[in-house]
Design a binder for this molecule. Structure first.
Ligand SMILES: *Cc1c(COP(=O)(O)O)cnc(C)c1O
Length: 437
């Protein structure tokens, strides 16, 4: 078991986070409950900002809001000096309403629509990351109509597929995102956008994947991007002011994940970046990154109450909790592996191996398979660690299950940042059937 951030075990054998006894949080807010360790979020934000601002490089870190997008979180990260990466009008709107300066927002996505582009441009968005030819056309129309210049990056796909431990180098990457570096698409986009009256092309973006444990994939992608930058310098006189290498920094969901320390491996990427700039003889651009999961993932813990138990002799024992795929779809979607404990009995010996089932009407609704716990009784609290990213943000109301509450904890204080949904929330968009007179 990995205890992260401020997590510890108190004298009563209860899990504590941010100095708060999780059993007291359960009593106050009920379950399922998502608890975020604010100190750990701040530590990560500061580390990422530090690591891209070293050795003379000027860097920026944009939090990928799809990992968790709530008003309080965006305010917290804005205070820490992060910018924000959004991929929809809804994410952009949430950031605006949280008081984020639109200059510090960048807009991603492979199918941004006209309304979203109008919303972003009319509110003075800092950067649009251009993804495809259709978007160039739309943007040109919208920008002319609004009389604005589009400050943008060109998203390229360098042909590096990052799997957790392996990198597959391909000629043309099979990706729905970005312009291919190898088949002429990126060249065509660059020559159109560079020196265009409506576009201010600041630089290049590439993002190779997610849950990446070391520098290798970033290094390969950087080599490919710099070869292209040299061509573009010679052919078009283009030199970037920004290179954005995306996000994807991994986290340790369990002991099986062998992650290199962030500062060490990202520093290697920064060093290579400087070296490549010197080699192709361009001024060192700003270096941007877009961490999502690594900012909030390990800071989040979900607390559930244990209910039913089903023992199937010779096969397995199912222990059911009062949440599941509605608050954490990742096990069902990606076979994601998590660690869990009985957070009200942390000092008890482990006695049995069980499978933690969710409450939904799907056999795939299993949160953790074959985990060793103390003998679990109805009413015990089960804590699943490392649920902070892509859990709440992917939550659904399947089976009309209300979404959980979200609390921040720090320095012996707790703060509700998203309230639990009610049954009335669940039917708020419904209209009754129209009856004929
Ligand atoms: C998803 C995504 C990120 C964040 O990925 P993490 O794995 O959460 O760090 C950053 N940039 C882009 C373009 C993305 O699609």
């Amino acid at each position: 078991m990995i205890l992260r951030g401020t997590a510890s075990i108190n004298g009563q054998g209860h899990l504590e986070i941010g100095g708060m006894d999780t059993e007291q949080l359960v009593e106050k807010y009920g379950t399922p409950l998502m608890v975020y360790d604010v100190a750990l979020i701040k530590e990560r934000a500061r580390m990422f900002l530090r690591v891209v601002n070293q050795k003379g490089v000027v860097g920026r870190a944009f939090y990928a809001t799809k990992a968790l997008n709530t008003t309080a979180l965006l305010q917290l990260l804005a205070q820490e000096g992060m910018g924000f990466d959004v991929v929809s009008g809804g994410e952009f709107y949430t950031a605006l309403k949280a008081g984020v300066n639109p200059k510090n927002i960048l807009f991603h996505g492979n199918n941004k629509n006209r309304e979203e582009l109008e919303l972003a441009l009319s509110n003075g968005i800092g950067t649009i990351v251009i993804d495809n030819f259709y978007e160039i056309e739309l943007l040109e129309q919208v920008a002319k109509q609004l009389g604005v210049v589009v400050s943008c990056l060109l998203r390229v796909t360098p042909g590096v597929d990052a799997y957790t431990h392996k990198y597959i180098i391909t000629g043309n990457e099979d990706s729905k995102f970005g312009f291919d570096l190898n088949n002429g698409q990126a060249d065509r986009a660059l020559s159109y956008l560079h020196n265009h009256e409506v576009f201010d092309l600041k630089g290049i973006h590439s993002h190779i994947g997610s849950q990446i444990f070391g520098e290798e994939g970033y290094m390969i992608a950087m080599d490919r991007v710099f070869s292209k930058l040299l061509e573009w310098k010679i052919q078009h006189g283009f030199t970037p002011r920004v290179l954005n290498i995306g996000g994807g920094f991994g986290i340790r969901y369990s002991m099986r994940d062998h992650l290199k320390p962030y500062e060490g491996f990202i520093t290697l990427v920064v060093e290579k970046f400087i070296k490549r700039c010197h080699e192709i003889d361009i001024p060192v651009p700003q270096l941007w990154i877009e961490p999502g999961r690594s900012v909030v993932g390990e800071a989040g813990t979900t607390l559930y109450t244990i209910g039913a138990r089903k023992e199937i002799p010779g096969i397995r024992t199912y222990v059911s909790v009062n949440g599941g795929m509605t608050d954490n779809i990742r096990p069902a979607l990606y076979q994601a592996v998590y660690e869990a404990v009985l957070s009200n009995r942390m000092l008890d010996e482990t006695e049995e191996e069980v499978t933690i089932a969710g409450r939904c009407c799907e056999s795939a609704d299993v949160l953790v398979e074959n985990i060793k716990l103390a003998q679990a009784k109805p009413g015990d609290t089960l804590a699943i660690f490392c649920t902070g990213a892509y859990g709440y943000s992917m939550a659904s109301n399947y089976n009309k299950v209300p979404r959980p509450a979200v609390v921040f904890v720090e320095n012996f204080k707790d703060q509700l940042v998203v309230r639990r949904e009610t049954y009335d929330d669940l039917i708020q968009y419904d209209f009754p059937l129209e009856v004929e007179e």
